[in-house]
Design a protein around this ligand. Structure first.
Ligand SMILES: Cc1cc2nc3c(=O)[nH]c(=O)nc-3n(C[C@H](O)[C@H](O)[C@H](O)COP(=O)(O)O)c2cc1C
Length: 258
């Protein structure tokens, strides 16, 4: 908590009350810094920084995060504290000192990566054990902490089309995110030398919209419908993407044969 107060960079003034803002993204791609997920996270955090926030991207693959044991020690013996000693202790601290937390993942088997899922399972100490019922008949656990960060979600899929987000969208939709990014054709985000200028142009527009989203989140607490629409404009036609991807795989297989 002390760290939260002294490290946070920006003061935002609302009616004389000052508070700090930190935006943190937990990137669940096994590719870490080389990931397409990082290509999406980077401009968004750049926008947040330009609006005055302190930002951080954590590459979860580089962290020691063991699997949740389901022992419920964090609910019984040591309320709010996990029994496992690994990097999650400091990551939960970072999670809680952030005003906004982003979860980024490539689509793996229609879902998030095991890396990100493992991280979210280990957030269990932040929930209370008792089962509550909400007005629409659903059940939930009350949060243990008074201030939970607002969250946003970033997914990128290797396939074209929207179908690969069909399972993630309803799951993520239940969690009232500030922003949800569903980027198809994710492998086009790191273009090769021979890529057409139209693709490069679309990628530049995509990144500019992400930057704007980061800025709006910090300045206004919300991302406009127009910006969300710009983020989801197609980068390339499904057919062109398929053709490029299949050509790439043929080349790779041929190289590996030599
Ligand atoms: C194990 C595995 C499973 C995958 N499953 C899917 C999938 O179900 N749908 C999809 O569109 N892409 C799938 N992909 C492709 C990735 O989503 C794609 O390569 C993505 O751009 C990688 O992003 P990253 O660089 O951020 O990790 C899969 C890739 C791997 C390695």
């Amino acid at each position: 908590m002390i760290r939260a107060k002294i490290t946070l960079a920006v003061l935002i003034f609302y009616g004389g009350i000052e508070y700090f803002m930190k935006v943190t993204v937990f990137n669940g791609s096994p590719r870490g810094k080389r990931s397409n997920s990082h290509q999406i996270v980077e401009p968004l955090l750049e926008g947040a920084r330009e609006a005055g926030a302190e930002t951080e991207e954590v590459f979860l693959i580089e962290k020691d995060i063991k699997h949740c044991l389901g022992c419920f020690a964090c609910w019984e013996k040591t309320p709010g504290k996990c029994a496992i000693k690994d990097d999650m202790e400091e990551l939960i601290e970072l999670f809680l000192e952030s005003e906004y937390v982003g979860l980024a993942t490539p689509v793996y088997g229609m879902l998030m990566t095991a890396v990100l899922k493992n991280f979210t399972d280990r957030l269990l100490p932040l929930a209370m054990p008792h089962i509550e019922k909400n007005e629409d008949g659903g059940f939930y656990h009350e949060g243990r902490v008074r201030h939970m960060p607002r969250q946003f979600f970033i997914a990128n899929a290797g396939f074209p089309g929207e179908h690969n987000f069909d399972l993630l969208k309803p799951y993520i939709g239940m969690q009232s995110m500030v922003l949800e990014v569903y980027r198809n054709c994710g492998e086009a985000l790191q273009p090769g030398e021979n890529d057409p200028p139209e693709l490069l142009e679309q990628i530049a527009l995509f990144k500019a919209a992400l930057k704007e989203a980061g800025r709006q989140m910090v300045e206004k607490g919300a991302v406009s419908k127009e910006t969300v629409e710009k983020i989801h404009v197609a980068l390339i036609s499904d057919e062109d993407y398929m053709a490029q991807a299949n050509e790439y795989w043929d080349e790779q297989i041929e190289k590996a044969d030599q």
